[in-house]
Write a protein that binds this ligand. Structure first.
Ligand SMILES: NC(=O)c1ccc[n+]([C@@H]2O[C@H](COP(=O)([O-])OP(=O)(O)OC[C@H]3O[C@@H](n4cnc5c(N)ncnc54)[C@H](OP(=O)(O)O)[C@@H]3O)[C@@H](O)[C@H]2O)c1
Length: 250
């Protein structure tokens, strides 16, 4: 039987694999036959992800993605023995901060993990030493397209991601690399719990009312990511795949 989603023999690096969407993605990719390099800071939670994966050849690498000077070391740890075939940048932070409280430190942190880290990942992945082509998927957000109270910094970081993806896709065609993002709405993860605890019950109800299909699960996003990683999406690059339960249809 043909499975257009299969990823047998592919080696995929997944950031943010210790939680939420990144964890669901690592688990799904393993079920589709990929070997996965899991990257995040928390070793214990990375190992919890590993325990839920199937197949063999997976590696957990603890790494702080805000350490932009150390990406060559990261790629030497995970991409030099067997070349990588794809990257998923699921690591991110999503703070709700009213503009009066947006500090320079917060700007640095959010832009570094959500955007600069992605640029470094793409830069190193696109070197011949670490990949011979493949597919790169970032997790953007509907926040790149719609605003919400306290979201100015986060919205900007995701908008930057999607804008760069268009240019990167064009630049990397020559290296046989596709670059896309998925655009989730509100998904049930620890990040969403953090946001709803800050904005309160009424604001949360107002957010969720906008999703005709209800609250999304991390697996809903992982399915879209797997599609963009595999050959079934070979004619798709430089674009966004919206996974929002109907949010943006209104
Ligand atoms: N949940 C939603 O409703 C939603 C909606 C749209 C888009 N998104 C996007 O989806 C992505 C995943 O979000 P999520 O909801 O799954 O969040 P989550 O459960 O909070 O997971 C965030 C992940 O990012 C990792 N991370 C954060 N800072 C890091 C750093 N400095 N270095 C390495 N890893 C770091 C965390 O790992 P460690 O703490 O172990 O380092 C964790 O694995 C994010 O980009 C988010 O913006 C989420």
């Amino acid at each position: 039987m043909v499975n257009p989603m299969e990823l047998i023999g592919r080696r995929i690096l997944v950031t943010g694999a210790s939680s939420g969407i990144g964890r669901a993605c690592a688990i799904l990719l393993s079920r589709l036959g990929a070997s996965v390099v899991l990257v995040a800071r928390d070793e214990k939670r990375l190992n919890e992800t590993l325990k839920q994966m199937t197949g063999s050849g997976h590696t957990a690498v603890t790494f702080d993605l805000t350490d932009l000077e150390r990406y060559e070391e990261l790629f030497n740890r995970c991409g030099s023995e067997q070349k990588l075939n794809g990257i998923v940048h699921a690591a991110g932070v999503g703070p709700a901060i009213p503009i009066q409280y947006v500090s320079i430190a917060a700007m640095r942190e959010v832009m570094t993990i959500n955007y600069f880290a992605f640029m470094e990942l793409v830069k190193w992945f696109s070197k011949k030493k670490y990949s011979a082509g493949g597919s790169i998927v970032a997790i953007s957000s509907i926040s790149a397209k719609v605003g919400w109270l306290g979201g100015s910094l986060y919205c900007g970081s995701k908008g930057a991601l999607d804008a760069s993806i268009r240019a990167l896709a064009l630049e990397l065609v020559a290296k046989n690399i596709r670059v896309n993002s998925v655009v989730p709405s509100n998904i049930q993860t620890p990040m969403l719990d953090d946001i709803t605890s800050v904005v309160g019950d009424e604001a949360t109800r107002q957010i969720l009312i906008k999703q005709p299909l209800g609250l999304g699960e991390p697996e809903d996003v992982a399915n879209a990511i797997a599609f963009l990683l595999g050959d079934a999406s070979r004619f798709i690059t430089g674009t966004q795949l919206v996974v929002d339960g109907g949010y943006l249809a209104q």
